[in-house]
Design a protein. Structure first.
Length: 362
């Protein structure tokens, strides 16, 4: 009968089987100093539980993304008396999910119903490649959705009329941009926050401090992206709808127009009766538009050069992003003059184009 001491002695083949590491890799780790040298007994090399535990630690650190050079430094620090508990706690904090969303299982029948009732196995395979779905071992008719909300977005887009191929193509594009953002955020925080922890294998105290920092900074990346995405969508959506709907998108019903000279008064000023109104009448003179009113999105329109100056100022609504851009370019006190000059130049350019298109006189 073998004793407990004898059971903890392994040949290299046994160690390979128990650790899931190839014989060749075990020898390479030994040569590189990652694994202690085995004890020589006769003509055979004998390994023990220390080697087995070390191999499992190396495999764990490799799975977490550490290089062999980094692992060697960590193991050397551990052998010198510095514990790995803090480091492994740090790695565990980084490894845990960066979202509170829980994965959910979904049957193939439910998936088909969510996407219009037509089974599209090509789309399912594409979702598996992208990681939107994951296979469940032993269940061909069931999948795991790591992010149910992402799957729900895809289903809603499909119900709105977007083809599945377009949805997966868009996801690839978005994923590329988001991965770039995450890489930049990591570079930024590494340079300004975590660089001091990377000069040497961290002590347990340093690892605990770094773990706490990661826990505090973890939500910042998503909060920043959410805020910037909301800002960009508001600006771009406004520009988009104005570009496609033109003047109709800029029209504001009279009941909503509150600025002086707008609404019903502006309508009267544009009629024949308003055009012949006495310029000296108090209601005929529109108040001068100042920078704050321009910021609110309105500026007086510029009259064409050939038209005599009118005593009335017509308030024209402008998109807030346009006003902000002009302010940044020329300053708040020059917005009105800049817009008027731009209008003058546009009118003159169109007049010249019209003259160039007319046939020459005989």
């Amino acid at each position: 009968m073998t004793t407990a001491e004898e059971q903890r002695a392994y040949r290299i083949e046994d160690l390979s089987h128990l650790s899931g590491t190839t014989v060749r890799t075990i020898r390479a780790y030994t040569d590189r100093g990652l694994l202690p040298k085995p004890e020589r007994q006769g003509r055979a090399n004998v390994y023990d539980d220390t080697h087995l535990a070390r191999l499992r630690q190396i495999a764990d650190l490799l799975e977490r993304g550490y290089t062999l050079a980094s692992i060697k430094e960590l193991l050397a620090a551990w052998d010198a008396g510095t514990g790995l508990g803090g480091v492994l706690g740090l790695v565990g904090e980084v490894d845990r999910p960066w979202s509170d969303e829980a994965p959910a299982r979904i049957a193939l029948a439910e998936l088909t119903e969510a996407f219009g009732g037509v089974m599209d196995l090509t789309a399912v395979e594409e979702a598996l490649r992208l990681g939107v779905l994951e296979a469940v071992p032993g269940h061909d008719d069931e999948f795991l959705a790591p992010s149910p909300s992402e799957l729900a977005v895809a289903a809603e887009l499909h119900r709105a009329g977007v083809p599945l191929a377009a949805i997966t193509g868009h996801l690839r594009e978005v994923r590329g941009h988001v991965e770039h953002i995450s890489e930049r955020f990591l570079e930024f925080t590494t340079e300004y926050v975590f660089q001091r922890f990377l000069q040497h294998p961290p002590t347990d105290e340093e690892a605990a401090e770094a773990t706490d920092l990661i826990r505090r900074l973890r939500p910042l990346a998503q909060q920043t992206v959410d805020a910037e995405l909301a800002r960009a969508m508001r600006l771009r959506a406004t520009e988009h709808i104005r570009r496609h709907l033109g003047d109709a998108a800029a029209f504001t019903p009279p009941a909503e127009q509150e600025l002086p000279g707008s609404g019903a008064e502006a309508g009267r000023g544009s009629s024949a009766e308003g055009a012949t109104r006495d310029a000296t009448a108090p209601e005929a003179t529109a108040p001068e538009v100042t920078a704050p009113e321009v910021t609110a999105g309105t500026v007086p329109s510029a009259a064409p050069p050939s038209t005599p100056p009118s005593p009335l100022s017509v308030l024209v609504p402008l998109p807030a992003p346009t006003v902000a851009a002009v302010q940044e370019l020329v300053g708040a006190d020059r917005v009105q003059a800049f817009v008027a000059a731009a209008a003058d130049r546009e009118v003159a350019a169109r007049r010249m184009d019209a003259l160039a298109d007319r046939p020459a006189a005989p």
